[in-house]
Design a protein around this ligand. Structure first.
Ligand code: SAM
Ligand code: DTB
Ligand code: SF4
Length: 342
């Protein structure tokens, strides 16, 4: 067999792995494994596909804060909840560039711009497009999370050079209506389809710790894993409880269950970047280390998420040094993925 045939064989094996379907029962069975068996299996999958000591660093910036018309029960930016988050106008492009440059100087390779919108108006999208172009010109990967997209908007973002669009499914279909009523999960899937069709990489994750059952967590992971193809980035957030939101006071998730959720994401989506996302500020270093062992290979890096706190960069650097973890080079990853997609 010549080498081109070898490559074809490898590509089709990877395709098959990417398309494997997961039932909720199968993911529930994973979540129920003895902890050591589960994280050992997840770590094995992680090692097969990634450098186990490299972690990708993404920095978030809220480019339009507060005043959102939606009713997401977890979110401090929903206008209807009194959370102390002030409404702010959309940032100017220059201010975004200053923040992006600072993130790059601290070692981030991806910059994610978030807006508290149900979806962007065309006038607003035009400014986001200028932001994407300017951030990309700094040599950073770009990501935006702007809510639901209308026909043609994903194409405009792609043309501007947007690398990733974040749009979370947040929780499993059967629980979604208890958390959000101003849109359906099908609305989310519709936007994800538009993003995919425009050729933008998909970042799609969820939140745990919202009072859901283990089976609901399994159903959410199965839902990501069964997207065809599954997302390139999967942020797993532990609910950050904010006073004034309906979910403030929800029972805290046992953090070993959080680690188990990460492990299931890694096993079911072997080639995805699994991001240990919101909730790290309250998370002991030992739990974070277990998450990295279980297959998390990306974090939000920088003192703030959108409106709530994240560990100081010094704490993250110290943890990475202690664990022998180093930042994953951004461009190299991009090149590898481009090669995979050919
Ligand atoms: N408005 C857009 C949307 O909803 O897609 C973009 C911004 S929204 C804040 C992005 C994501 O942040 C949500 O989908 C949710 O997963 C996450 N998020 C919001 N509040 C959170 C909280 N308190 N704890 C954890 N994650 C949260
Ligand atoms: C994601 O999954 N988590 C990030 C990012 N994608 C946009 C947002 C977390 C927000 C936490 C609450 C806040 O800071 O407002
Ligand atoms: Fe608005 Fe997004 Fe917050 Fe929901 S999660 S209230 S859509 S900013």
């Amino acid at each position: 067999m010549d080498s081109s045939n070898d490559n074809a064989a490898v590509a089709s094996a990877a395709d098959i792995a990417r398309r494997a379907r997961w039932s909720v029962d199968q993911v529930t069975a994973l979540l129920e494994l003895p902890f050591n068996d589960l994280i050992h299996r997840a770590h094995g999958v992680h090692r097969e596909h990634f450098d186990p000591n490299a972690v990708q660093l993404s920095t978030l910036l809220s480019i339009k804060t507060g005043g959102c018309p939606e009713d997401c029960g977890y979110c401090p930016q929903a206008a209807r909840y009194h959370t102390g988050v002030d409404n702010e106008d959309m940032l100017a492009v220059d201010a975004v560039v200053v923040a992006a440059r600072a993130a790059k100087d601290k070692g981030a390779t991806r910059f994610c711009m978030g807006a508290a919108w149900r979806g962007p108006k065309q006038r607003d999208l035009e400014r986001v497009i200028d932001m994407v172009k300017a951030v990309r010109a700094l040599g950073l990967e770009t990501c935006a999370t702007l809510g639901m997209l209308k026909q043609g908007q994903a194409e405009q973002l792609k043309a501007a050079g947007l690398d990733y669009y974040n749009h979370n499914l947040d929780t499993a279909p059967e629980f979604y209506g208890k958390i959000v009523t101003t849109r359906t999960q099908d609305d989310r899937l519709d936007t994800l389809g538009k993003v995919r069709a425009a050729g933008i990489h998909v970042c799609c994750g969820g939140i745990v710790g919202m009072g859901e059952t283990r089976r609901t967590r399994a159903a959410l992971i199965a839902q990501f894993a069964n997207l065809d193809p599954y997302p390139e980035s999967v942020p797993i957030n532990n609910l950050v409880q904010v006073a004034g939101t309906p979910l403030h006071g929800a029972a805290q998730l046992d953090l070993f269950e959080f680690v188990r959720t990460i492990a299931c994401a890694r096993i079911t989506m072997p080639e995805a970047m699994v991001r240990l996302s919101a909730g790290r500020q309250e998370m002991p270093d030992g739990i974070q280390a277990l998450c990295f062992f279980a297959g998390a290979n990306s974090i939000f890096y920088g003192d703030k998420l959108l409106t709530t706190g994240n560990p100081e960069t010094e704490r993250d650097r110290a943890l990475m040094d202690k664990l022998g973890i180093y930042p994953m080079p951004g461009e190299a990853r991009g090149e590898r993925r481009e090669a995979e997609n050919r």
